[in-house]
Design a protein around this ligand. Sequence first.
Ligand code: ADP
Ligand code: MG
Length: 274
Amino acid sequence: MDQASALRSDRESAGPIIQLRNLSKSFGQLRVLRDINLDVYPGEVVVFIGASGSGKTTLLRCLNYLTPFDSGSVIIDGEPMGHRYDESGRKVHDRSNALCRKRSRIGMVFQHFNLFPHMTVLQNVIEAPVLIKKMPRQRAVALARDLLKKVGLLDKVDEYPSRLSGGQQQRVAIARALAMEPKIMLFDEVTSSLDPELVGEVLDVMKKLAAEGMTMVVVTHEMEFARDVADRVCFVDQGVVLEQGPPSEILVNPKHERTRSFLRRMLRQQGEGS
Ligand code: ADP
Ligand code: MG
């Protein structure tokens, strides 16, 4: 067995950490997610690509139940998001503390940094662990410093977000999400609003996380990142995963014409950008 398939069989023996079953979501008449089925295994990096409006953000938001879905299920680490089953097998909707506990396994970073502007970098990072996880402050500070070191910002602990570059703010946002010690990290176009010269420093942090074995679901238009870091690329089209596979297949030799035309468009745009 070669190394890649050995790694794959290791991961798969642990069972999926994310299971999507017939996940569907509409906004009014608009069907945004149509019957999505997908498993993600521990340590896997899954990259979603697809045109704007295809449903990528909605899919990520359903994973941590920021967007409640209409039907189907999202099972994280063996537990369904949004509900549980009581002793007699009846479906009971999660109350806020159950949801909060389930959500704490999933860190999310968005396109816009959403740091608290009135707090220093350190305060931003320790806020959730102290308030939500009731982590002792001293431990939270030690953890925050470790994480800020990991993202290369130890010298900025006492700085306010407005004094940081976009790339630095986004790295703080990653450290802040990691401070909850999640098992899964979701990234939604985290480099899309950055100046081109700041994109690399954020992608480098994500690469490092991937190399450390973090389970990651990433929406991005950075095709090089997808090629180099993804274990699997999923092409999302009009609310379905039209095709998926290793980057060497999906990015190089896709089966569907819609995937091919999306990739051509991306290449053209990225060619123009550089
Ligand atoms: P993507 O991230 O792939 O660009 P989204 O998941 O953001 O796609 O959006 C998919 C579709 O759902 C779009 O047509 C968008 O306008 C619509 N949509 C997303 N969020 C909402 C919402 N809260 N209310 C109504 N329509 C929405
Ligand atoms: Mg989006």
